[in-house]
Design a protein around this ligand. Sequence first.
Ligand code: GDP
Ligand code: MG
Length: 241
Amino acid sequence: MEIDVVLPCLNEAGALPWVLSRMPSGYRAIVADNGSTDGSADVAASFGALVVPVPQRGFGAACHAGLLAATSDIVCVMDADASFDPGDLPAVSDPVAAGDVDLMLGRRSVRGKGAWPLHARIGNRVLAAELRRRIGVPVRDLGPMRAARREALIALALEDRRFGYPLEMVVRAAERGWRIAETDVPYYPRTGKSKVTGTLGGTVRAVRDMRRVLASITAPAASAAAPAPVAVPASSWQASS
Ligand SMILES: Nc1nc2c(ncn2[C@@H]2O[C@H](COP(=O)(O)OP(=O)(O)O)[C@@H](O)[C@H]2O)c(=O)[nH]1
Ligand SMILES: [Mg+2]
């Protein structure tokens, strides 16, 4: 059974060779290219990825176009900047394939200096805490390496097409009572320059987009007051400090 891996991409020609050459067997890369001008699309194609050109700008637009181009039952998403090792994808997708989890998030575990700027780390923690409090989402990171079932993801009808997309995915999934869990994945210093949290403009845009998503949260889910334990067997990915 093959699993499609959506890689939103904006000028990642330097990172793609490492990323794509480390795709485990059984995983197919779909590079959702948002008008890269550095030859990312050609590099991706030369490494055997399916390239989906996405004319509409925005991180969410790219993720969503990749999702719509996917055909596998389970779909993964991950950044294309070499901050994650595709070799860690099974840890994220296996619990979904086993039917134990509906949305699995990779919780970033920093490896190496400069992998994750402090402001991004703190902002992310605050955000995760807010989701825990408001809608009972049992995660401590809103990591961008993920897995879920394709048709269920599409049915979430996500609307954000910018940097709010990953947050909106978790919010809508929680509102529908999905079993959401996280497992540790190593997070490395990216190849090339950051466009989002590593720049002032990117950070401001991300905060603005995420605020909009937070404002869209509907009445707290019934589970928010007393979050239901995620019904999954005890295993290494469930327990992390
Ligand atoms: N399609 C698309 N991808 C983007 C955009 N901005 C960033 N990305 C991709 O999103 C991923 C994360 O971006 P990155 O610059 O590393 O942000 P950071 O992780 O916050 O530093 C990378 O794969 C980028 O290529 C965008 O506007 N459109
Ligand atoms: Mg990055």
